[in-house]
Design a protein around this ligand. Structure first.
Ligand SMILES: *Cc1c(COP(=O)(O)O)cnc(C)c1O
Length: 217
C-alpha cells in the first residue's frame, strides 16, 4: 500500500543523504480525505497526521482518538487567532506560526495551560503576496520575539511557490534555520519530499501520495 511505499522512499532518501534512517517524521496529510482512507492508514500503524483546518480536524479526530492510541496531530494550515485555544487542545504541533499576534496568544495559552504544542514558524520563502508566512528578512527578529515569550520553537516550515524549483526554497529555509539555531525543518510534500530530505527536512508533509487524490478527476 502507498504508506509502505512512501516510508521506503523516505528511508532511501535518508540513506542517500547520509542521515540516520528514521530521522525524518512522516506527517500523513489527511485533510479532505474520506474517513475510511484515514482509518486504513491508522490500522497500518501510522500515528502522525496533518490537517490544515481546525474545524475539520475537530470534526474527525476526537473519534479516531477514541479508537487509536498515540495519535500525533499536526496543524499545517493557517490559524486564526480566535481558534488558537482550540488548536492548542487538538494539536501536538502547529506549523503555521506566522505573526506576533498569534505568538502572544500562544504565550498566554501556554501560561494558562502549562503546556504548548511544538511550534514551527512558517516562512514565505518565495515572498508571494497571497501566501502566509514571515518574510525571510524578518525571520530572525520574529524568532527572537517568540523566544522572548518562552515559546517552544522547534523549527521552520515553508510551502515553495508552485512554479519554482522547490530545492531552492528548501535550501533557503535550511540556511535561515541554521543561523537561528533551529533544528526542525518542515518541508517537502508528495511531489518533492525526497529533495527536501536531501536538504535536511526533519518533517515531510505528504498527502495525496499516501491517500490518493483529494478531488476527483
Ligand atoms: C495539503 C498540504 C500538503 C500535502 O500536499 P500533497 O501534495 O497532497 O502531498 C502539505 N503541506 C501543506 C501545508 C498542505 O496544505
Amino acid at each position: 500500500m502507498a504508506l509502505q511505499d512512501i516510508s521506503e522512499q523516505i528511508a532511501k532518501a535518508e540513506a542517500a543523504a547520509g542521515r540516520p534512517v528514521g530521522s525524518v517524521t512522516l506527517i500523513a496529510v489527511s485533510k479532505v480525505q474520506p474517513n475510511a482512507r484515514v482509518e486504513a492508514v491508522l490500522k497500518e500503524g501510522h500515528r502522525c497526521f496533518g490537517e490544515n483546518r481546525v474545524q475539520e480536524a475537530a470534526g474527525k479526530w476526537p473519534e479516531f482518538r477514541a479508537d487509536f492510541d498515540g495519535i500525533d496531530l499536526h496543524l499545517i494550515g493557517p490559524l486564526q487567532t480566535n481558534k488558537a485555544r482550540q488548536a492548542f487542545e487538538l494539536f501536538q504541533a502547529i506549523h503555521s506560526l506566522d505573526r506576533p499576534k498569534l505568538a502572544k496568544s500562544f504565550a498566554r495559552l501556554a501560561q494558562e495551560t502549562g503546556g504548548c504544542p511544538a511550534l514551527f514558524v512558517q516562512i514565505n520563502t518565495g515572498e508571494e503576496p497571497q501566501k502566509a508566512g514571515v518574510l525571510p528578512a524578518e525571520v530572525d527578529a520574529f524568532v527572537a520575539e517568540c523566544r522572548a515569550l518562552d515559546l517552544p520553537i522547534k523549527g521552520l516550515m515553508c510551502i515553495p511557490p508552485i512554479e519554482e524549483e522547490a530545492s531552492l526554497h528548501f535550501a533557503l529555509l535550511a540556511k535561515i534555520a541554521e543561523r537561528n539555531g533551529l533544528n526542525g525543518l518542515s518541508m517537502g510534500m508528495s511531489a518533492d519530499f525526497e529533495r527536501a530530505i536531501a536538504l535536511g527536512a526533519t518533517h515531510v508533509r505528504v498527502g495525496s501520495a499516501i491517500f490518493g487524490a483529494r478531488t476527483p478527476g
